[in-house]
Design a protein around this ligand. Structure first.
Ligand SMILES: [Zn+2]
Length: 145
């Protein structure tokens, strides 16, 4: 795994967990502002997910690393992002699979799962690097969790 320094999220939780994953996926941005990104092309995305909380579950986990990987990596790896119609609706909204929207959707997937856990961990940040020179950080608005 590429060694990376990620932006830190200030918080007061006792535990913070970070899960890195690498996702090979294709996408296109069907909008005139996208230029050549309107053509289908691929990226190796580097994703970092930050989860925090004060309570561990029965097995001593804040959240199981493998479950995070299953939720996000297994959903998107070797897919065409635009095919995930539950995530990216290219007809009725502007939720095209840009790096920004991909980061927000990953946050939604992770937080929806965390909401089902008895120890109630929070996803504080999703970092998505699309290319060696471009990345996005998504954080939920304070008070929205
Ligand atoms: Zn792209």
């Amino acid at each position: 795994m590429l060694q990376q320094i990620y932006p830190q999220v200030p918080h007061h939780f006792q535990y913070e967990l970070n899960k890195d994953m690498q996702i090979a996926a294709a996408h296109f941005i069907p909008h005139e502002a996208a230029g050549k990104c309107a053509n289908i092309h691929g990226h190796t995305y580097f994703v970092n997910i930050t989860v925090a909380g004060d309570e561990l579950d029965d097995s001593g986990f804040l959240v199981n690393f493998q479950h995070l990987k299953k939720l996000v990596h297994d959903k998107f790896d070797h897919t065409l992002m635009n095919d995930h119609k539950d995530m990216f609706n290219d007809e009725n909204s502007n939720d095209f699979p840009t790096t920004e929207v991909v980061a927000r959707k990953i946050w939604e997937i992770v937080q929806n799962y965390l909401d089902t856990l008895p120890n109630q961990p929070k996803c504080l940040q999703v970092f998505v690097r699309e290319t060696p020179t471009s990345y996005v950080v998504y954080r939920p608005k304070a008070g929205k969790q």
